[in-house]
Design a binder for this molecule. Structure first.
Ligand code: DGJ
Length: 555
């Protein structure tokens, strides 16, 4: 993206922020951030209107005041409006019963100074399934805070979801955090979402076989679970976990045990301060046919196949959300489709920051997600390569996202509203590089990739080499349908053609293709009209996304 466009979009974002604050004051929108649902779609309402989370998650150990200075510049360079960052149990309650919110207060003050919202990640009993972020007085006291055991009574690394004292202690700490947030942020809405625990489940062991767990496993499946979680196999309609869920019983029981534990933490936290809450997930394979756990993912986590169990056991958790770290486009598409359900809004709280994920922003936001947040965004020089980008230093980290974020930041409120109204669509280039189509009522958009801005691949003398930057899949397009014939289109490394599907037999062409931006009040400002070479070969988006307002006509 050119510096000029970057500065203009940054200016527009700041102006929009100011306008947002003014509009909020005018509307007197004091309600805490919350979710609203309509027609199977959900919006995150912040300051009275749907909000689009253009997020960035800092590295795990960036959750200390001394490091925050390396976090904000990365978010600014990326045009992110929200920081996701841990609040660790070990840092707020290093000594049992003595709470220290110095870090939280510094974080909130700096977030406000930098004009960012916050999504706080409660690293409590489980962080990537482990108790690594629990205070030492928890993680080394197996008697009081028991770990899971296997069939032979061997101790696992993972804390048991049947530890009453563990639950009581985690809940107490989380309630203390939420009570503190209610005191310092209820009027400010800096914090907009809470993540409860992090990538829960257990590696290497399908469930807890301790005495308490075993007794629960032999009891009937609760009615609420039966109502929400169909069995993948034909079994008894009621009965014990094994009777109902057969070979899936161990995993499904463990999901229920962990979800029930999280429910206790979340519901008590919401009583103190009712922010929306979610859990994130280290995914299982979304493409291969469903099969019982075979040590191939963290059992008991909110994988796509047990979302019903989480809904039943943890009604105070609004969303089970996918963390995208498998770069295969088929996995990403299948995962998004499986996690987006009328009872489970799409929200992508973590995604690799490797360059290939830049295009995924368009697919996720086009699908109407509450937002998205690449992981590892700060200037600490740490990188989680090979999950994330190889490059660890400076602005290269944010480069795959900065241009698309700038565009979405300049229309974040309108986009969130269109998404809530079900008007948005998104495409990310597949690994097969093939064209993709988007149904838009009487129109169909065809998105193609590795296109030069002029001409057609069918030409005999068309250059064989792809345009620079498209050697690997990098294309993405997002479309909002404002009216039957009117669209807002943005994208990168992609060509969009729009054809009339209905009524058949009529010719169609562009009426207007305006390049421009949305002003502080959300009004469209046209900068120029694309015609001639700029439209004869479809709408061609380069590495620098722009916003087009397109009107189609028929003859
Ligand atoms: C997913 C986890 O949720 C993050 O905290 C982090 O550990 C990444 N994996 C890997 O960098």
């Amino acid at each position: 993206m050119s510096k000029r466009i970057g500065a203009r979009l940054r200016g527009a974002s700041l102006a929009l922020l100011a306008a947002g604050a003014a509009a909020q004051a005018a509307r007197g929108t004091n309600a805490a951030p919350h979710l609203e649902s309509h027609d199977g779609r959900t919006a995150l309402i912040v300051d009275g209107a749907p909000f689009l989370v253009l997020g960035a998650q800092a590295n795990n150990s960036s959750n200390y005041p001394a490091v925050l200075g390396k976090v904000w510049p990365a978010l600014d360079d990326m045009h992110a409006n929200t920081l996701e960052i841990p609040v660790a149990w070990e840092q707020i309650e290093p000594v049992e019963g003595r709470f220290d919110f110095t870090y939280v207060d510094t974080l909130l003050a700096q977030a406000r100074e930098h004009g960012k919202h916050l999504v706080l990640l409660w690293f409590g009993t489980w962080k990537n399934t482990s108790p690594s972020y629990a205070p030492e007085w928890v993680k080394f006291d197996d008697k009081r805070f028991p770990r899971m055991v296997d069939r032979d009574g061997k101790t696992s690394y993972c804390l048991s979801p049947f530890g009453d004292e563990t639950l009581a202690a985690d809940r107490k700490a989380f309630v203390a955090l939420m009570t503190h947030l209610a005191q310092v942020d209820a009027a400010r809405h800096t914090v907009i979402l809470m993540q409860v625990e992090n990538e829960v489940g257990t590696y290497g062991l399908v469930r807890d076989f301790g005495a308490k767990a075993q007794a629960a496993f032999e009891r009937p499946v609760p009615a609420a679970v039966l109502a929400r979680q169909p069995s993948p196999v034909r079994r008894a309609a009621t009965g014990t976990w094994h009777e109902v869920y057969g070979d899936y019983a161990d995993e499904y029981f463990h999901a229920w045990a962990i979800a029930s534990y999280i429910e206790q933490v979340a519901s008590a936290g919401r009583d103190a301060f009712p922010l929306p809450m979610y859990v994130n997930n280290a995914l299982r394979d979304a493409v291969e046919p469903l099969a019982p756990w075979k040590n191939n993912f963290a059992s008991g986590g909110p994988t796509y196949d047990v979302i019903g169990i989480y809904k039943a056991a943890a009604p105070h958790i609004d969303i089970a959300a996918p963390d995208l770290y498998n770069p295969a486009s088929a996995q990403i598409d299948a995962t998004l489709a499986k996690f987006q359900r009328p009872d489970n809004p799409l929200w992508v709280p973590e995604m690799s920051h490797a360059p290939g994920y830049g295009r995924v922003v368009y697919a996720v936001l086009g699908r109407g997600s509450l937002g998205i947040a690449p992981f590892g965004i700060d200037y600490t020089t740490y990188t989680n390569f090979p999950l994330g980008a190889k490059e660890s230093a400076g602005p290269a980290i944010v480069e795959p996202f900065a241009a698309s974020y700038a565009v979405f930041a300049s229309m974040d409120r309108p986009w969130a509203r269109w998404a809530f109204e079900g008007r948005t669509h998104g495409v990310a280039e597949g690994d097969d590089r093939k064209d993709q189509t988007v149904a838009l009522g009487p129109w169909t958009a065809t998105v193609s990739f590795q296109e030069w801005q002029f001409g057609d691949k069918s030409w005999p003398n068309h250059p064989a080499e792809p345009p620079p930057g498209t050697e690997r899949p990098s294309g993405g397009v997002a479309i909002a349908q404002l009216g039957p014939d009117e669209f807002v289109v943005t994208g990168q490394h992609a060509r969009v053609r729009i054809a009339s599907t209905k009524p058949q037999g009529k010719g169609a062409m562009f009426a207007r293709v305006e390049e421009g931006h949305f002003d502080a009040a959300g009004q469209w400002v046209m900068e120029r009209n694309w015609n001639g070479d700029q439209t004869d070969w479809g709408l061609n988006f380069t590495a620098s996304p722009v916003i087009l307002k397109v009107r189609m006509g028929r003859y």
